[in-house]
Write a protein of this length. Structure first.
Length: 202
């Protein structure tokens, strides 16, 4: 399964970024993932959003059809709020990311600002994964449209490959403090199972 996520706005790095900024980016990604969960093929996996853990049925003859079948749940509770993470050890999926970053910049600046780009990509990856308890803004609470709050990754270690391309954003009225980011996500499997076979690219 392949899909694209888009972010347009500030993408801060270094000391200028904060947990508030990262969560603002995360919230923009959530809106798109919420729509993705409502569309096929992911819409057929709605039961994953109903379970917070998984369990393995007994490997015996008491459940001849379901013996050994895992009940997958992608839900996590963080500071009393409910989050989902599509790519996680529970779904046995990984993500490959192909990231295009467009910035309003004069010729040559894209190459000169390589170190800053690396830091911005770190901010972006942080926004794609589940936050820890202390990474959420102190006064933040989910609104109704953020229950559950959808993230792509449970952990950035589940990014199996990524590529970053940076280029100029050719818009006459582009804000020099903003970027346009297009993230192509390819779902792959750490292990292909009957649960994830309909989602992973092989």
């Amino acid at each position: 399964m392949k899909f694209r996520l888009v972010y347009r706005g500030p993408l801060k790095s270094g000391n200028s970024k904060s947990k508030e900024h990262i969560h603002e980016v995360r919230a923009e990604i959530h809106k798109q993932l919420a729509l993705l969960w409502k569309q096929p093929p992911l819409a057929h996996y709605g039961s994953w959003l109903e379970r917070g853990n998984w369990e393995r049925l007994p490997d015996d003859n008491s459940h001849p059809i379901q013996s050994g079948h895992r009940l997958i749940g992608v839900m996590h509770t963080i500071r009393e709020e409910h989050f989902s993470a599509l790519v996680s050890p529970l779904t046995e999926m990984l993500a490959e990311l192909d990231i295009l970053v467009l910035r309003p910049a004069p010729p040559g600046a894209v190459l000169r600002d390589g170190g800053d780009l690396d830091n911005r990509i770190k901010t972006l990856i942080d926004a794609l994964r589940l936050p820890s308890w202390n990474e959420l803004p102190s006064k933040w609470a989910a609104d109704l449209s953020q229950r559950p709050f959808h993230c792509l990754l449970s952990d950035d270690k589940l990014v199996s490959a990524f590529k970053v391309t940076s280029d100029r954003l050719l818009e006459a009225d582009a804000n020099e403090n903003e970027v346009l980011v297009v993230i192509e996500v390819t779902l792959t499997a750490s292990r292909v199972t009957m649960d994830n076979i309909g989602l992973v690219s092989r």
